[in-house]
Design a binder for this molecule. Sequence first.
Ligand SMILES: CC(C)(COP(=O)(O)OP(=O)(O)OC[C@H]1O[C@@H](n2cnc3c(N)ncnc32)[C@H](O)[C@@H]1OP(=O)(O)O)[C@@H](O)C(=O)NCCC(=O)NCCS
Length: 208
Amino acid sequence: MQLPKARVKIKGMDVGRKEKAMRFTTERLVLRPWEEADAESLFAYASDPEVGPIAGWPPHQSVEESRSVIRNVLQAPQCYAICEKGNDVAIGAIELKLCGHTDMTERSDACELGYWLGKPFWGRGYMPEAAAALMRYAFQTLGMETIWCGYYDGNSKSKRVQEKLGFQHHHTCAETPVPLMHETRVGHVNVLTKAQWRESSCNAAKDA
Ligand SMILES: CC(C)(COP(=O)(O)OP(=O)(O)OC[C@H]1O[C@@H](n2cnc3c(N)ncnc32)[C@H](O)[C@@H]1OP(=O)(O)O)[C@@H](O)C(=O)NCCC(=O)NCCS
């Protein structure tokens, strides 16, 4: 993940400035900005070798590394900690990677969706629930026309999340660079337009 410091303006809205104020509540989850106090819970879940590598980043080695990631990576304009409602512990991350933060688009009305969740919480439908809320915000408030989302070959769990959200296959790249892992992989790229999202039942996210 890259971290340009520049603020991003979309249709006159300073998305960077809105970041700190934003908080989303769904049926079971709260999405809120990352704080340095999340370093220990981030380390607990991001040190698991089943979480980062499949998404393209190495497991965290120390709480200090996790704190540094919070400072330098997870402060991106539309990056949120995922917490269970009633419990402020960060159990995963979700981000709309805006123009300048993703190599999937150079358009200001398009972004990339990225996410991961701590392993103890897999299989409860949390990520589709979190993503549905953030995608609604992207289309309805940030003025997005297109959301891109990808996964590396073999990541059937992430593929399934994207199917549940209504994404459509766009292309497959045989040699996708995975810089943090110093390798290339087969990468599948999916897309969802605002028109497709409007037609999809997925836009009926269960917001509280
Ligand atoms: C991908 C990920 C975010 C899915 O989140 P989630 O909240 O568990 O998503 P869902 O509950 O909708 O489960 C999606 C699919 O994962 C699979 N799955 C769920 N729990 C699982 C488990 N414990 N072990 C193996 N597979 C599991 C199932 O196929 C499920 O589909 P189904 O609901 O049709 O059975 C999560 O697995 C994760 O963080 N993985 C590691 C990081 C990663 O891959 N990030 C995405 C990079 S593109």
